[in-house]
Design a protein around this ligand. Sequence first.
Ligand code: GDP
Ligand code: MG
Length: 291
Amino acid sequence: MKSGFVNIFGKPNAGKSTLLNALMGEKLAIVSPKVQTTRHRIKAILTEPGYQIIFSDTPGIIEPKYRLHEKMMQAVKACLEDADLAILLVDIHDDWETVDTMFQQLRLKVPAFVVLNKVDGIRTKDTDRIVAAEAFFKKAPYCKEVFSISALQKKGTDALLERVIECLPEGPAFFEGDAVSDLPMKFFVSEIIREKIFELFQEELPYQTTVLIREYKEKTTLIKIHADIIVHRESQKAIIIGEKGHMIKKIGTLARQDIEAFVGSKVFLELFVKVREKWRENEVFLREYGY
Ligand code: GDP
Ligand code: MG
């Protein structure tokens, strides 16, 4: 039996959540074309005959501009400390030098695979770029092996998974049963609602919004969920609610459909919008909201 912890790192938008989903074969992490939608550490557990892998999808690595961002960096660092293997994910279209500097700054103590993602976006006549990127990262001190994949098209992900398993220590499974995650369902529900806010609203608003699940009750025929959408200002509250409540209704409908698919049950979803001035700067609020 092989078992161990694998943490996925990379810049926002590198494709960490997409890779995690591809490796898990099930939608777990929230994938969004916009940056910084994954604020928490998501643990996903892949249990198969012969091995168990516990994955973490970290928040994107960024400069701590706000207090919230500092917390995100702390989460990134915390991930570094308890892994058997790190996957350093690189968008092949990004500037490798910048990414390399960032990886060096992490001062990794664990072995790392550098995984070049989104190679599906490289045209056949430009495949030299992939070869050059592989050569560049092979020389990096933190790099154990280099892989080229398309997380989106699940190309090269099986080969990556195979090598990950080979590199894990021998040992019994850490988690029993076939649970895919140790995070409460509430977390996924709040992520789904946040994902809808990212889909429906532009610019700063989604980043200044958080979602708090007040109630999650499994009844005989359905699951009752009460969630608060937290914003900074009254004006943002008005935008989220929309004229005659049409925007909040839209969020609710879209989120409910996804939550129902995720939990496999009928869902009654109640949404409320609340104003908490500068919640991102406030330690008490951050703790209450689970950062
Ligand atoms: P994260 O911020 O690192 O978690 O990145 P996401 O997994 O949320 O992905 C960011 C964006 O890149 C999304 O629009 C994904 O669909 C896209 N993406 C991820 N992997 C691939 C890939 O292999 N190929 C292409 N073309 N797009 C990808
Ligand atoms: Mg993500």
